[in-house]
Ligand binder design. Structure first.
Ligand SMILES: *Cc1c(COP(=O)(O)O)cnc(C)c1O
Length: 473
């Protein structure tokens, strides 16, 4: 092999490259446009390297060019949205897609989406139907509400509720203790403004009383609202007004009461030793006219915003023009219907709902899994890193139950050479993210922590260890 670098004129033209036998097969498989496009890109980049005198002669050989082109084509066709392994310890992780869909929901999608369906077609009457009716009855059965509707996510549900019930500059009364920021752009005062409502704050950060709401009601008031402080806790000398009391105050003045639950579990999580989240059915029973919650948090379904409540309030929300802009598609409805169906068989829920299965995995089982995996990971990372089985504290995630931690277990990876330990840790995290099935852990106190609570498939992790070892070499 010559060490003389290749010159630009050693490179073939696009046409000649495309007519090489190995490349012709690529064209036959993918068509001319994509392969020619990538061939142009490849030759451009090689030409620049040749001009700089840093293109090895071997790189312009026909086989090397064909391989490089095949690799570029494969890269171009690789989906940007990929499966990953969530070893962060946060089960419902917003950056990692939140709840995992149940098998039955996946099966419904597969079965339904290969043909047309009755999304907005009334099969009994033979005419136009309403897409809400796909899940309305189920939602009413499960929550005791009179009516229900579904939109894109819970942020949309809150926006739409406020706009429909209090838009046009009318007033919404909210406690100062509940002016939540859910993340980035979703802050209650901004949502009020975006919905065209005027926020009237009452009470203080730590204490709000029934009289605070009652005294704030004027002829401009359109809605009383409660917001579940899902991602923070106010502790100590506190007072808040519950929905039943607030419903009494609102209804005495002919006003509706809405409550935003955020996560909104449909079953009491305490039966599995998890901390309790407020239940929509309790809020309906307490007299709320509208209750909003997420589809992809504790419910364990697809991204959606569920709105349940009184017939009168839901009708106003459904008729409001913004509803059409925020409505869900058939993929969501199919997955949501299948997920809600699981709640009709509560005794089986823990097996059937992956999110609940992961949340309720005992720490001992996770520890046993960590012990089994430790030797192989230690071997793959030796001698630069040490691997230990450790007890960890995970969390439910998505702002649910922020104060409660989930006792868990996993592997702690420590760089063994002190100088450069930070860089070694970053390199390891990057190598894990670069795997064909990317592994996402968390760095804490100079260690990379891999919480195994959400590692359903140990084999999928172990199978990648040779690739990880090679990437770090
Ligand atoms: C998460 C959350 C939202 C937003 O729900 P998305 O489904 O993420 O749009 C709104 N309110 C509360 C209290 C939440 O916890």
């Amino acid at each position: 092999m010559s060490l003389t670098p290749a010159r630009p004129q050693d490179l073939p033209g696009v046409d000649r490259l495309l007519h090489q036998p190995a490349v012709a097969a690529l064209v036959a498989q993918h068509g001319h446009s994509l392969v020619a496009d990538q061939a142009r890109g490849l030759l451009d980049s090689l030409r620049r390297q040749a001009l700089d005198g840093r293109l090895p002669a071997a790189a312009v050989q026909p086989d090397a060019l064909a391989d490089a082109l095949a690799q570029r084509v494969a890269q171009r066709l690789a989906p940007r949205l990929q499966r990953v392994l969530n070893l962060t310890g946060t089960v419902i992780h917003t950056n990692l897609g939140r709840a995992l869909l149940a098998d039955s929901a996946l099966q419904r999608l597969l079965a339904l989406m290969t043909g047309p369906n009755n999304l907005e077609f009334d099969l009994a009457a033979g005419g136009r139907g309403d897409r809400d009716s796909v899940v309305e009855e189920l939602l009413c059965t499960l929550t005791g509400a009179e009516a229900a509707t579904v939109v894109n996510n819970n942020a949309a549900a809150v926006l739409l509720t406020i706009a429909a019930l209090a838009g046009g500059g009318r007033e919404v009364i909210v406690s100062r203790g509940e002016l939540v920021e859910i993340g980035g752009a979703f802050r209650m005062p901004d949502v009020m403004a975006a919905a065209g409502a005027r926020l009237v704050e009452v009470g203080t950060t730590n204490r709000t009383h029934p009289r605070d709401y009652a005294q704030a009601i004027t002829e401009r008031t359109a809605l009383l609202m409660k917001v579940h402080t899902s991602n923070y806790a106010v502790q100590g000398f506190t007072a808040a007004v519950d929905e039943a009391t607030l419903a009494g105050i609102a209804h005495a003045r002919g006003l509706p009461l809405a409550t935003d639950l955020g996560a909104g579990a449909l079953v009491d999580l305490a039966q599995w030793g998890l901390p309790s989240e407020p239940l929509p059915q309790d809020k309906i029973a307490a007299g709320c006219d509208v209750v909003t919650f997420s589809g992809d948090k504790l419910l364990g379904g697809p991204q959606a915003g569920l709105v349940v409540g009184s017939r009168a309030a839901i009708d106003r929300i459904r008729r409001f023009p913004l509803k059409r802009a925020l409505r869900v598609g058939q993929l969501t409805l199919a997955a949501l219907e299948a997920t809600l169906m699981l709640y009709l068989r509560p005794e089986r829920l823990r097996q059937d709902l992956p999110t609940l299965r992961l949340l309720t995995r005992p720490a001992e089982a996770i520890r046993a899994q960590a012990l089994a995996l430790q030797p192989a990971l230690a071997a793959a990372l030796a001698p630069r890193y040490g691997v230990a089985v450790v007890a960890l504290l995970g969390q439910i995630g998505s702002g649910s139950l922020p104060v409660e931690r989930l006792p868990s277990a996993g592997l702690a990876v420590t760089p063994l050479q002190k100088p450069g330990a930070g860089r070694a840790l970053d390199a390891l995290a990057a190598a894990l993210r670069g795997l064909p099935l990317p592994v996402i852990g968390r760095i804490h106190a100079d260690q990379l922590l891999l919480d195994l609570r959400c590692l359903d498939d140990t084999a999928a992790f172990s199978a990648q260890l040779p690739t990880l070892q090679a990437a770090l070499a």
